[in-house]
Ligand binder design. Structure first.
Ligand SMILES: [Zn+2]
Length: 218
């Protein structure tokens, strides 16, 4: 079985730390906000840098859990930054996405499923948690599909080769054995969403706003 690279507790990389370490660091307030914005990779559309960023607000993710260890994180703080273009953006830690489990633990469940079968991955998650099934087989299959679809694109973005011509499942295995929270954060930086998230819909180009009224014509 492959193992997803575990985050380390280097205080200089708060956003890629384990969620427990991340939460303690944010709650302590003992960090440089500017460094955190720089780490997130967010920049202002007006000045093209993060120099204008100001701490705006904090919101909390109520509950997120690690499927591998059963650890539950309550009220995970997420800081927001305001830029001089008037926008506010969230500084997401690498482990967060729209789902209720950490990204690494979902990828680990996917890895377990492709190596030992879906049934085994479900069993492992049940024994790690409080005895309840933390996700359904259908959900797991959706995660496997999404990870499989994204792995080639992600590896191209991150510049680590998966071996051209190899079967998709082998490529996915290779990807899962190499990916680390630093990569997850880098992908979010490049894409604007996490590897497990559904990409936001592309807005169709609006032609109506580009048509200028002609003076004297009603
Ligand atoms: Zn700015």
């Amino acid at each position: 079985m492959t193992t997803i690279g575990k985050p380390h507790s280097n205080i200089s990389s708060i956003l890629t730390s384990d969620l427990a370490v991340y939460r303690v660091a944010i709650k302590s307030g003992n960090f440089c906000f500017g460094s955190l914005v720089a780490e997130s990779g967010l920049v202002c559309t007006e000045c093209g840098t993060a120099d204008c960023s100001q701490r705006h607000a904090t919101w909390f993710r109520k509950r997120i859990f690690d499927l591998c260890t059963g650890e539950v994180f309550q009220n995970v703080p997420i800081l927001r930054a305001r830029f001089c273009d008037g926008t506010t953006k969230s500084l997401f830690p690498a482990e967060l996405w729209r789902g209720r489990a950490t990204v690494s633990s979902v990828l680990e469940a996917v890895s377990s499923a492709i190596n030992g079968g879906v049934e085994q991955a479900l069993q492992q998650a049940v024994s790690a948690g409080d005895g309840d099934e933390p996700f359904s087989e259908r959900t797991l299959r959706r995660w496997i599909k999404r990870a499989g679809d994204r792995a080639p694109v992600a590896s191209a973005t991150l510049n680590f080769p998966l071996g051209a011509g190899r079967p998709p499942v082998e490529k996915l295995e290779t990807f899962l054995s190499q990916v680390h929270p630093h990569h997850l954060l880098a992908l979010r930086r490049q894409w604007g969403f996490s590897i497990l998230d559904v990409p936001p819909p592309q807005e169709p180009p609006s032609t109506a706003t580009r048509i200028k009224p002609v003076p004297g014509v009603n």
